[in-house]
Design a protein around this ligand. Structure first.
Ligand code: ADP
Ligand code: GLC
Length: 484
């Protein structure tokens, strides 16, 4: 049974800023059920520690460059048996709020130091130097915050295998050269073939260059990032590593995202009782201060308000959308400019457009359940989870054909409707006119109750669980631990 150490910067329900948290809160649990000995390592953020139950100190690490000893706390991921370790160093992680950003929405000024400390602690654990009676065969790292782990491990002779998963290539952890010296990283790592990226220190390159294998979260994104359009300047490196780069689709946590058991819904429902979805719509309309009209199509959107998500396209398309007989609810937070623009637009269209700025887990679930359609016009999307949640909740996703959206939503063309495999509306270009056409196609389809019901049920019956997808990781673990 392979021993796996998962290293990541967030995990639901302890701490979450986006899809990464959902994945880390569920994939290791799915892997544990497939007979792996898996443990999770997280930073001991104050909010995460407060949410965790019964933590106890199990080791004290001496991390080079850090004067005070670093404590390792052990607990379980809430609601699971997954052993979770926390790197406890209060000057780095003992602060409330977002794990990456301060209260002004800017990156914490000491992020490089915080995640270098986290990586060094992970390396000690990975090498069996943490004083624990457990040593992994493989370390599985996620996103830039863990990028230094494969780089530092690669300097060691007797080391476990490493995998680095790209959840989003556009967040790279870039810092000035001075940070490289401050972090006291091995001098040979300052090279174009290592951590240097156009004169800056790149944390993500540590993973991309040095991990034994790279994965990302959908097959389409795995090809896209090898092109200049989606490669964020790293496409050359990724082409170079393409024989060790696999796209594995994300799964969803059926304990958290399932309309039949969801505690946040007004009325629970399933593919066998799809009519019970309706009462959630009026609750959602009331919650957002919109008239509770069962016949008016209700479009929902939840997400980070950043360019990636195509929120600019939505804002541009709003006058057109608002000329149709629809209601639109948006929940999100992100760039100040988009937040302000959405607030302004909501004042322009009272009773039609309602916007909630902030992060609200309950409302996110209610939108998935109460809306008829879900908007996700992303400019790029490594996998995307909200379109999967939408399909499970019988809410028709309207998505752009990009990344994981292209891999998971089947367009309601006439042919696919006939075949009976359509699950949503897919459009091609990131242009307002195309988004508008997609919304119009959805509205036209909704007028045909048979088509609409079929579309809903096809999505609701699809299997998005981790079961098959986690097995792909397991095969990769086996391959790597046998070959190293
Ligand atoms: P990304 O990771 O790029 O943000 P995903 O679609 O993979 O996009 O995952 C986003 C996750 O974060 C989903 O679980 C979604 O419901 C959640 N989420 C995003 N914004 C909010 C918000 N403002 N309030 C509540 N949940 C949110
Ligand atoms: C990232 C991506 C998103 C993906 C998530 C989990 O945040 O933006 O597309 O679903 O990670 O892998």
């Amino acid at each position: 049974m392979p021993k796996i150490l998962f290293v990541a910067s967030e995990a639901h329900p302890l701490i979450k800023t986006g899809g990464l948290g959902d994945i880390i809160g569920s994939l290791p649990v799915a892997l544990a059920s497939l007979k792996t000995d898996i443990r999770l390592l997280l930073p001991a953020y104050r909010d995460a520690v407060a949410r965790a139950e019964k933590l106890s100190p199990v080791a004290e690490l001496h991390v080079s460059g850090f004067p005070e000893p670093v404590r390792l706390l052990e607990g379980r991921l809430p609601g699971t048996q997954l052993i979770t370790w926390f790197v406890d160093y209060p000057p780095a992680f003992g602060r409330a709020g977002n794990p990456y950003l301060d209260s002004h929405g800017l990156p914490w000024i000491d992020n490089a130091l915080r995640f270098a400390l986290f990586a060094r602690a992970a390396v000690l654990l990975a090498l069996g130097r943490a004083g624990l009676n457990w040593r992994p065969d493989l370390v599985h790292c996620h996103d830039w915050q863990t990028g230094l782990v494969p780089a530092l491990l690669a300097q060691e002779k007797n080391r476990p295998a490493s995998i680095f998963t790209i959840h989003n290539l556009s967040y790279q952890g870039l810092f000035p050269y001075q940070t490289f010296t401050e972090l006291d990283l091995p001098a040979p790592l300052w090279s174009f073939e290592a951590l240097e990226f156009h004169g800056q220190l790149s944390f993500i390159k540590g993973g991309l260059v040095f991990a034994d294998w790279l994965t990302t979260v959908s097959p389409t994104y795995a090809s896209e990032i090898q092109t200049p359009e989606f490669g964020s300047g790293l496409d050359g490196l990724l082409r170079h590593r393409s024989d060790r780069l696999t796209g594995i689709l994300n799964g969803i946590d059926g304990k958290v995202w399932n309309p039949a058991h969801d505690p946040f819904l007004f009325r629970r429902y399933s593919a066998r009782r799809p009519q019970d979805k309706h009462p959630n719509k009026s609750v959602l309309q009331r919650e957002f201060g919109l008239p509770a009209q069962p016949e008016t199509p209700l479009i929902g959107m939840v997400g980070r308000l950043v360019q990636q998500k195509g929120i600019d396209l939505v804002i541009e398309t709003l006058p057109g959308i608002m000329r149709r007989p629809v209601q639109l609810v948006v929940l999100g937070s992100g760039d100040n400019g988009y937040e302000a623009a959405l607030r302004r637009q909501a004042q322009r269209y009272p009773g039609r457009l309602a916007v909630r700025i902030g992060y609200d887990e309950r409302l996110a679930h209610l939108i998935e359940a109460g809306a008829d359609m879900f908007l996700m016009p992303s400019r790029f999307e490594p996998c995307g989870l909200n379109q999967l949640y939408s399909m499970c909740y019988g809410t028709i996703p309207i998505v752009r054909r990009v990344g994981g959206l292209a891999d998971t939503v089947i367009d309601a063309t006439e042919e696919n409707l006939k075949k009976g495999n359509a699950t949503g509306i897919v459009f091609e270009e990131a242009r307002a006119s195309q988004l508008m056409d997609a919304v119009d196609r959805a509205l036209a389809l909704q007028k045909n109750p048979d088509h609409w019901q079929k579309l809903m049920l096809t999505g609701m019956r699809e299997d998005f669980s981790w079961h098959r997808r986690a097995a792909q990781y397991l095969r990769l673990y086996r391959h790597l631990t046998q070959s190293i």
